[in-house]
Design a protein around this ligand. Structure first.
Ligand code: ADP
Ligand code: ZN
Length: 296
């Protein structure tokens, strides 16, 4: 019998809560608006309790959340959302409500590491041990595996905030940086730079050339620092499928022949790829986090 896991993908506008099996089958799923921590986390707990009555005993819980989140296990604030601009969620203890409601192991990581794990287990990164996953949406975040391990280090990476050469006529929407990836290339930045929601910018609009240049500039930095075996691009903005060929071409131009790997030189179409699991990577990755917590 496959085990039953509860998984959460926590985002700034909605939480997706799901119950599913260790084989990656989602049996029940719900979307809960992100309001206050008490309301939103309470609704997740009520959903899991109701599903447990229906489907059977849960074995573990996995949470993949927006951040910044404290992931150092030896910190007294392990599991807290820390300095988020979403003010009602700053200093929120994500774990205690679930510990009080269920006596289950709980796995926790960032939303992007969660989605990366989902793609690794069932999607576009199967069989790889070093790869990156980016979401280019309201903000930009990156996660993935490095030599088989989720990247944590000091806190957790903030790949959306690397610096990029800024086009002089552009201004950044990041309150912290005048020249960062998220500040210049997120969906929010596209709307700020071009005066229209990204989904309303037509194919062929000059916005897409500069967007692809920013993304390619960022990918060059990540390729040169981490040598990923593949890069997966997701998030609302990447619904613009015409961006992929542009990004691939501009990444090759940005690298300028220096990185001589067949993955890049001969096979760029399979090197920079869209997500395979669409909206499901986050909760599926949360199941993997649950499983890892159970096996710890
Ligand atoms: P979030 O990052 O909040 O989880 P999304 O990944 O859906 O959510 O990203 C939302 C952002 O993506 C918004 O800035 C929106 O304008 C942009 N977006 C959504 N759909 C599209 C689309 N089809 N084409 C381009 N941009 C889109
Ligand atoms: Zn920034």
């Amino acid at each position: 019998m496959p085990k039953l896991y509860a998984g959460i993908e926590g985002g700034g506008t909605k939480f997706i809560a799901a119950v599913g099996t260790s084989d990656g089958e989602i049996l029940a799923e719900t979307r809960i608006p992100t309001t206050t921590p008490a309301e939103t986390l309470g609704a997740c707990i009520d959903f899991f309790k109701a599903q447990e009555d229906e489907l059977g005993k849960l074995s573990a819980i996995g949470i993949a959340t927006f951040g910044p989140v404290e992931l150092r296990k030896d910190s007294a604030r392990y599991g807290y959302i820390t300095s988020t601009p979403k003010l009602r969620w700053a200093n929120t203890d994500l774990l205690t409500p679930f510990r009080d409601a269920f006596e289950l192991p709980i796995g926790l990581d960032t939303d992007v590491n969660g989605a990366a794990l989902g793609e690794w287990r069932w999607g576009a990164a199967q069989g790889l041990d070093t790869f990156l996953y980016f979401t280019i949406g309201t903000g930009i975040g990156g996660g993935g595996l490095f030599q088989g391990q989720l990247m944590h280090g000091m806190l957790h990476p903030e790949m959306g905030h690397i610096s990029l050469p800024r086009m002089p006529e552009h201004t950044s929407i990041c309150p912290f940086h005048e020249d960062c990836f998220e500040g210049l290339a997120s969906g929010t930045a596209l709307e700020h730079l071009w005066g229209k929601k990204a989904e309303n910018l037509p194919v062929g609009h000059p916005a897409w050339e500069t967007e692809a240049s920013y993304i390619a500039g960022a990918l060059r930095s990540f390729i040169c620092t981490m040598s990923p075996q593949r890069i997966i691009l997701g998030g609302g903005v990447m619904n613009q499928a015409h961006l992929f060929p542009l990004i691939r071409q501009k990444t090759l131009e940005a690298l300028n022949g220096y990185v001589q790997a067949p993955e890049i030189i001969e096979n760029i179409d399979e090197y920079i790829v869209p997500v395979a699991l669409e909206g499901k990577a986050g909760v599926l990755g949360a199941f993997v986090l649950a499983e890892r917590a159970l096996n710890r």
